[in-house]
Design a protein around this ligand. Structure first.
Ligand code: NAD
Length: 326
């Protein structure tokens, strides 16, 4: 099979490319950046998803598209770029795929379409109302519609995967990581809240600074610790590959992520203990993050079975931390 992987230089995309190459497929990447992969089975188009000519070149001679690339930002200043990449870009890639007679198109959506932070019921299933609260979540919902539409009016099979939060294990304990920095580390979290204009949260976090770098256990205003899914990239890649090849995936919508959510009150003390940093607890205004998303459909329909629960990821995260320290 010749597979187009968009977002081929990104976290999930670059891993999926390597998996496909190892399985003997021909792979083309499509990303703003080169994936820097030197393999006889790999070629790439470096360009933007909303560039019609680049999208046509990317889809030429392709059997299946894994549209994993997107722009992720929650900053108001990034709003135009967000819609250009995720909505207009998805429309143009999906149209190019139909024009090239691609057989299957897999789209990386997000749990933010529900939304996860204010669910009507839990665990969140695929039938939960789709009412995103973030512009990013809205771009993903619009992307789902654009892809599904193309499937409806052509013979191209579509698969929607609503991704859980996803990380490489070696990012988990990196204060400079885009995700883990502000999620687990106090000073990066202060910076993030300042950038979002959340002055009260930033002040509360700053007041807890022990005068040296620290981890932070965030809870809501009633002291309920945050809880959310954090899925290892390797498990996500396994789900993406099932969506690519499984006959029962065609036309389907699936939540894709770890089976159990991560309880921050359980994991943060372990992190602090393993790296020897202080841990502070901060109660932030609002209802906080506390959700459980069901992956039952993809487990039952496609046989998805995640293999990297958070504690297993942590072992690798600690090893990466130790390497960075030395
Ligand atoms: P990533 O940021 O690591 O990679 C995304 C890639 O897309 C980057 O290499 C970037 O250069 C490329 N890209 C962005 N805008 C582009 C454009 N306009 N044209 C061409 N290339 C462009 O992301 P990831 O963590 O690998 O996520 C993969 C997918 O999963 C994305 O669609 C993302 O929205 C979705 N998702 C991710 C998470 C997560 O926690 N990582 C959670 C839910 C959904």
């Amino acid at each position: 099979m010749k597979v187009l992987v968009t977002g081929s230089a990104g976290r999930v995309g670059s891993f999926v490319v390597r998996q496909l190459l190892e399985a003997g497929h021909q792979v083309r990447g499509f990303d703003l950046r080169s994936a820097l992969i030197d393999d006889a089975g790999f070629d790439e188009v470096v360009g933007a998803f909303d560039d019609r000519e680049a999208a046509a070149r990317a889809c030429e001679g392709i059997d299946a598209v894994l549209h994993l690339g997107a722009f992720m930002s929650w900053l108001a200043s990034d709003r135009d770029r967000l819609f250009q990449a995720n909505v207009e870009g998805t429309r143009i890639v999906a149209e190019a795929a139909v024009a090239a007679k691609v057989g299957r198109f897999v789209f990386a959506s997000s749990g933010e379409v529900y939304p996860e932070n204010r669910p009507e019921f839990q665990p969140i299933t695929e039938d939960h109302p789709k009412e995103p609260l973030s512009p990013y979540g809205l771009t993903k919902l619009l992307g789902e519609e654009l892809v599904t539409f193309q499937g409806r009016v052509s013979s191209m099979e579509t698969v929607i995967l609503r991704f859980s939060h996803t990380q490489n294990a070696d990012e988990l304990l990196d204060p400079d990581s885009f995700f883990s920095g502000p999620r687990f580390f106090l000073r990066p979290k202060i910076k993030q809240q300042e950038a979002f204009g959340n002055r009260t949260a930033a002040d509360l976090l700053r007041a807890a600074d022990p005068g040296r770098p620290a981890l932070v256990l965030t809870r809501n205003e009633n002291g309920r610790p945050f809880k959310m899914h954090i899925t290892d990239t390797r498990d996500m890649a396994r789900g993406v590959l099932l969506a690519l090849s499984h006959p029962k995936a065609a036309g389907g919508v699936f939540n894709l992520g770890a089976t159990d959510p991560v309880d921050f009150a359980e994991v943060l003390p372990v992190m602090a203990d393993r790296i020897g940093w202080p841990l502070v607890t901060v109660d932030l205004p609002g209802s906080g993050v506390w959700y459980h998303t069901s992956n039952q459909r993809i487990r039952e329909a496609l046989g998805f079975e995640p293999k990297w629960p958070i504690m297993r990821m942590l072992d690798e995260a600690v090893a990466a931390w130790t390497t960075r320290q030395s």
